[in-house]
Design a protein around this ligand. Structure first.
Ligand SMILES: [Zn+2]
Length: 65
């Protein structure tokens, strides 16, 4: 007998950023296409890179002055 929990379970699922297949939240890797961190927000990484570059730039300015 099939249980009707699929709708409830779908709330825990989130589409993979690469293949769009709904997969469980918190997975480090998509079981379908193998993409790492399938739910990670690329914007966050971009912001961190920008911050690091800015710090390095300021540090270079201070050292050079
Ligand atoms: Zn995927």
């Amino acid at each position: 007998m099939q249980s009707g929990t699929s709708e409830h379970d779908s709330q825990k699922l989130k589409p993979c950023r690469y293949c769009k297949t709904p997969i469980e939240k918190g997975l480090k890797r998509c079981p379908v296409c193998g993409t790492l961190t399938p739910h990670s927000d690329a914007k966050t990484t971009t912001i961190w890179i920008a911050v690091i570059l800015l710090v390095v730039y300021l540090y270079t300015l201070i050292r050079g002055g």
